[in-house]
Design a protein around this ligand. Sequence first.
Ligand code: SAM
Ligand code: DTB
Ligand code: SF4
Length: 348
Amino acid sequence: MSSLRHDWARSDVLALLDLPFADLLQRAHGVHRAHHDANAVQVSTLLSIKTGGCPEDCAYCPQAARYSTGVEAEKLLPLETVIERASQAKAAGATRFCMGAAWRSPKDRDVPKVAAMIRAVHALGMETCATLGMLSESQAESLREAGLDYYNHNIDTAPEFYADVIKTREFQDRLDTLGHVRKAGMKTCCGGIVGMGESRAQRAGLLQALANLPEHPQSVPINRLVQVEGTPLAGTALLDPFEFVRTVAVARIIMPRSMVRLSAGRAEMSDELQALCFFAGANSIFYGEKLLTTGNPDVHADQQLFARLGIHALQIDVEADAAHANTVHADITEGACADEVSIAAMPA
Ligand code: SAM
Ligand code: DTB
Ligand code: SF4
């Protein structure tokens, strides 16, 4: 297997984005097949454990307190609710459960509460992921000790476009948190958002910054901006769908072993566009009818899409390290509803 590159120049990445569409897709799909089962997609479910009232100013976000978006501030969910929702997600076929909080960073008193949630989800036999904002080294260690497998912290956009989108914290703050997460021994889930009015060169900048991190993030969510009324980015010119596919394809080429997640924005995508993204190298989705506060395709629609495309859900042994994962394939049974899905696991 080829070694991974961490020295991408902006011009290299832009040259890939500029390729004729068919050439780019053929190349990305070749890389995809060389490193992954092209018919397997990893399935994660999200839960907002602390919604709204966030002090930050991220211009895309419905949960920022300063924008009137109709999202009400709520308290941290009780542990029992999180266990119930994770059990439902597992029954529906999700293998990873990601807990999100609308915090700039967790307060030290919040960490034991989230740690209890992580322990409980881990005990259900699911992979655990959390996204809680900036973390200190000791907070990252506590979460790791509780059994946290992945920490999601996005760089969101190119370094030079970042301040146009977020002013209350800096790009370097994100890199520092990612460093604390890696140091604590957790896997990183790190990606960004496209469709925020950035240029193609700035999309290249986002991808370049991701691939040049000290380790490629094990999971790379590519979000298409979900435009929410009341946020400063509502009304932004819509991104050409082919440009979205190009972004996925280049992520696949320059981070060949990472799981590239087709993340926010799927509810507004056609089945055909999603199929193109899977062909271009996307191999992970958020599954379940809600992301954090906005909609996602319902599970029945996703089950049908998987069946129509011959895709099966990928299940990873939660005890195994991703690099040496003992993978099994699980079918999300087409036609079944969330609470009656059976997963037939069989050796890969
Ligand atoms: N508050 C924490 C933080 O920002 O790090 C964690 C939760 S935050 C909602 C997680 C990520 O969701 C953001 O970094 C952003 O990439 C994504 N996100 C938020 N609102 C979005 C939107 N409207 N469209 C697409 N992605 C969005
Ligand atoms: C990520 O990159 N996308 C997810 C997850 N990580 C936490 C969040 C998407 C949020 C979309 C807007 C909302 O539902 O509030
Ligand atoms: Fe807060 Fe996270 Fe939303 Fe930014 S993205 S406003 S930090 S919840």
